[in-house]
Ligand binder design. Structure first.
Ligand SMILES: [Zn+2]
Length: 361
């Protein structure tokens, strides 16, 4: 009887020890690793209604991520033809300007009076900023792996220290505000090799009618290697045609007549000269280049979704640059830093707090 009791106690103790051990283990895992959930991907087709909707838009705004070698094109982050279209539609969005580069600093540099920090971002008209949003990836004519590991990166970014650089602009400090949701797969053999802005809006509408419009979602449209995209005749991502190759990616917003306001980004294949991250990098050129541009566009969508919130407007030199533009390195050379326990070589983001590019809030 006594023997039985002892063994019962020792079994209970052993079980408790086991439980404590596994709790500790899962606690450590939760700190460093986001849930490695299997990505949920919904297959959709572009329908006639999506084509019609892409032709019935208002207030279309885009913010280009200029190609590094096109210094002249840094004079504008917006396609002039889209700007012209907005003017005709009664919108007054006009942005010109240039960005510059700088590297991350850990101390706040002083400036003599009446000096100022020309790159500091401001939002004098209180344009909309996103205090939370869900990223929905849209894979066009290729599986997610064609772009590396975009969902894993977004899941890590969501629970990272790095994403808290947006706190000072969003005016909020809570964790896990910028999550990643269901992805969309669109296989469409009728799409041309060079996509137009209208093609992009059809893809955006297809995903948004399934997953939701408004400021709760941002649709990242991934274009596979070899696919070009132009926002107007000579304003393109076109590595195969250097005369029109002026941007690497862009983010934008649009009002569809049927489903309303939708936020999106266009993520062409980044492992090309002028857009890629310098090698060697921790995860190789494909993963780090995709991740660098994806974080640039997502964080700019958070801080300036409609092009009327946080951007540099204190000096002509920096005018029009958003949080990510200022911190692009002209050679794609980025130091590696940890995003929720995994090292990436990606660009930094601008902090008004440090008056510099930073990796931590
Ligand atoms: Zn940008």
């Amino acid at each position: 009887m006594r023997l039985f009791r002892v063994s019962r106690i020792s079994i209970a103790v052993a079980f408790l020890l086991f439980l404590t051990g596994s709790l500790k283990f899962s606690g450590i895992a939760a700190q460093n690793e986001p849930a490695a959930a299997q990505e949920s991907v919904q297959s959709l087709q572009v329908m006639a209604n999506d084509e019609i909707a892409a032709g019935n838009i208002a207030g279309h705004h885009v913010h280009l991520h200029p190609l590094r070698s096109r210094a002249d094109f840094r004079q504008r982050y917006e396609d002039p033809e889209i700007r012209q279209g907005n003017r005709q539609n009664g919108s007054s969005e006009i942005e010109t300007g240039s960005g510059s580069t700088s590297s991350a600093l850990s101390t706040v540099p002083g400036v003599p009076a009446p000096g100022f920090y020309p790159a500091d971002l401001s939002n004098p008209t209180h344009g909309t900023v996103l205090t939370s949003v869900q990223s929905n990836n849209v894979y066009v004519n290729c599986a997610a792996s064609c772009w590396g590991t975009p969902t894993d990166f977004l899941a890590r970014l969501a629970v990272s220290n790095f994403i808290h650089l947006t706190d000072e602009y969003a005016g909020i400090t809570g964790n896990n505000r910028y999550t990643v949701g269901t992805a969309t797969s669109i296989n469409d053999t009728t799409l041309p090799k060079g996509l137009t802005s209208n093609n992009i809006l059809q893809l955006v509408h297809t995903a948004a009618r399934a997953h939701g419009s408004g400021y709760d979602h941002v649709y990242h449209i991934f274009l596979r290697s070899g696919v070009d995209v132009c926002t107007s005749a000579n304003v393109c991502y076109s590595p195969d045609n250097t005369s029109t190759f002026v941007f690497c990616a862009y983010h934008g917003s649009v009002n569809f007549q049927d489903i309303g306001h939708v936020l999106y980004s266009v993520e062409p294949y980044q492992n090309v000269r002028g857009c890629s991250v310098a090698q060697p990098s921790p995860n190789g050129a494909l993963v780090d280049s995709t991740s660098s541009t994806l974080s640039h566009e997502l964080i700019e969508t958070i801080t300036d979704p409609d092009g009327d919130a946080w951007f540099a407007q204190s000096s002509l030199v920096e005018y029009g640059a958003e949080i990510g533009d200022i911190c692009e390195n002209p050679f794609g050379k980025y130091g590696a830093f940890a995003i929720s326990g995994k090292s990436y070589a990606i660009q930094t983001e601008y902090s008004n707090k440090y008056h510099s590019c930073a990796t931590t809030p």
